[in-house]
Design a protein around this ligand. Structure first.
Ligand code: KIV
Length: 263
């Protein structure tokens, strides 16, 4: 695989080619995912749940994310490295810039932020300073307590048009990528068609430009009930690298997500 940059993802969107994304938290798994052809690796704050055993992503600190970013950066190969800003990094624009700067210095190539239209100012300031931003909309796990749980978002027409409008506002502010989590497939399609920037989905249907899942979920090792949008690619794989290749291939050929994974 050639080095993946933001331009690669933009070209793939224009060509109607999907791309695969996966969370990664350490060097060895980052190497394996990159070798499998996975275009984007995300150091997600999901590490709070799958590595640290918390019940949400809220306890994850900037130091935690910085440490795992440094680990993944050493194994990312030619994949693009996206990194999550932790809870409350968006409390003020000053803190946002400071924290994003720390993560870029640690090896991030794109910063992911949760937040709705009100994040426009922060996104404008980041992009002005050369930091590519992915804006995460729909189910935003850092607001789980306000949302009342990990629930599908945008089911009714008003909510759906608000998410679409927020996406437009954040792209106008400079967001280079939108990530949509847990929304009906019809909304995933509408947002993808409405925007010129790549849209990554997780539980957002088959029509987004890219797909992302949490690594532990595709390896079938997550405890408890898996969300509907998850598929265990280890079930039929020979080994972990093979599971990564199967995931990548299923995304590229649009065999994943299937109807049973969508809302
Ligand atoms: O933290 C994470 O892993 C994420 C993905 C679920 C998109 O934000």
């Amino acid at each position: 695989m050639k080095t993946v940059t933001l331009s690669t993802l933009q070209a793939q969107k224009r060509a109607g080619e999907t791309f695969s994304c996966l969370t990664a938290y350490d060097t060895t798994f980052a190497h394996a995912a990159s070798d499998a052809g996975i275009e984007v690796l995300l150091v997600g704050d999901s590490l709070g749940m799958v590595l640290q055993g918390h019940t949400s992503t809220l306890p994850v600190t900037l130091d935690d994310i910085r440490y795992h970013t440094q680990c993944v950066a050493r194994g990312k190969g030619n994949s693009l490295l996206m990194v999550d800003l932790p809870f409350m990094s968006n409390a003020t624009t000053e803190r946002l810039l400071q924290d994003a700067g720390e993560l870029m210095r640690a090896g991030a190539e794109m910063i992911k932020v949760e937040g709705e239209a009100w994040m426009a100012e922060g996104i404008r300031e980041l992009t002005r300073r050369g930091v590519p931003v992915c804006a995460h909309l729909g189910l935003t796990p850092q607001t789980v307590h306000q949302l009342g749980g990990y629930k599908v978002q945008g089911r009714d027409a008003d909510q759906a048009s608000r998410i679409l409008e927020d996406a437009r506002t954040l792209v106008d502010a400079g967001a280079s990528v939108i990530l949509l989590e847990c929304v009906p497939a019809s909304l995933g399609r509408a947002v993808t068609e409405a925007l010129d920037v790549p849209v990554i989905g997780i539980g957002a249907g088959p029509d987004t430009d890219g797909q992302i899942l949490v690594m532990h979920d595709i390896l079938g090792v997550t405890r408890g009930r898996s969300p509907r949008f998850v598929k265990n690619f280890m079930a039929e794989a020979e080994d972990i690298p093979d599971a990564f290749r199967r995931y990548h291939d299923a995304v590229k050929t649009r065999r994943f997500p299937a109807e049973e994974h969508c809302f």
